[in-house]
Design a protein around this ligand. Structure first.
Ligand SMILES: *Cc1c(COP(=O)(O)O)cnc(C)c1O
Length: 271
């Protein structure tokens, strides 16, 4: 496509592939997808060692098709430790531990190791997607071949325990899930689709089938709680509060006295 445009218009447009996440996934499980230097116009590719490269944070990689694809201005020639070296780094003195860790993972796991891990992650992601659909509460967003990532949202038209439209959203689910020690981010989609909210799970190597089953169980608990507690509109809450105050005019006075008198604290043995 780009070759055609380049030819017709006399341009020289090249491609940089941002394969931050997919660079350590696609080559192992989607062997038929052409996305790298097999495509004529791909000049450079980056990938993050700290994502599916399976190394701890701090390392990312970029490779160029050949020397002529790297602008001279990015290459620093330095005489260092007795030889002339070409350096492409942004800062020169840096610990090489991440590089050693990446080297170890590649040598230790090999192509077959990465292939097995990435295939397993896709299975775990599939288990989560199926489990979420089976709850009947969610729809998947953009699920399909790609990364071991599951994006999902509440199904449209859900009702709460009183049979009314639900009054909570994906951000409330995120908050309630923290009670079960899950940190699961909610997002609004970008501009022009910002009304769509979603939750996202990125499956990593240490996520087992059991862990995902636990997440689905806790998710059901959260939805059940929300269905029974987020059942009043703001107006209904204000009216209820007003009615309560009218019915119990001295409640707040008693409430204060009971809990805030220093004597009461002593008696109850509260320190
Ligand atoms: C994570 C990510 C980056 C940033 O890469 P780092 O290695 O974390 O600096 C860039 N692009 C995409 C699409 C990413 O997912």
């Amino acid at each position: 496509m780009i070759s055609k445009v380049n030819k017709e218009k006399g341009l020289d447009v090249r491609i940089h592939v941002d394969a931050a996440s997919e660079g350590f996934v696609a080559p192992f499980i989607y062997e038929n997808i052409k996305w790298d230097f097999l495509l004529d116009n791909v000049n450079s590719i980056n990938t993050s060692g700290h994502k599916y490269g399976l190394v701890y944070p701090g390392v990312g990689w970029v490779i160029w098709r050949n020397n002529s694809c790297v602008d001279e201005s990015l290459q620093f020639h330095v005489a260092y430790l007795g030889t002339n070296q070409i350096s492409l780094q942004l800062n020169f003195s840096k610990n090489a531990n991440m590089v050693a860790a990446q080297y170890y993972q590649i040598v230790r796991l090999g192509f077959e190791g990465y292939r097995r891990i990435m295939s397993n992650l896709m299975k775990v992601a599939g288990h989560l997607a199926e489990g979420l659909l089976a709850t009947g509460h969610f729809k998947l967003i953009g699920h399909g071949p790609g990364l071991p990532v599951v994006a999902f949202a509440l199904k449209d038209g859900r009702t709460d325990a009183k049979g009314n439209d639900i009054k909570y959203d994906e951000f409330d689910i995120m908050d309630r899930l923290k009670e079960y020690h899950w940190q699961l981010p909610a997002y609004n989609l970008p501009k022009n689709a910002e009304h769509q909210k979603m939750l996202r799970v990125v499956i990593r190597e240490d996520h087992s089938f059991e862990m995902i089953s636990d997440l689905i169980t806790d998710m059901k608990r959260v939805i059940d709680w929300l269905d029974h507690h987020f059942v009043y509109t703001e107006k209904e809450m204000t009216d209820l509060r007003a009615k309560f105050s009218a019915d119990h005019p001295d409640h707040s006075k008693k409430h204060k006295k009971h809990y805030h008198s220093p004597n009461n604290k002593k008696k109850a043995g509260v320190c």
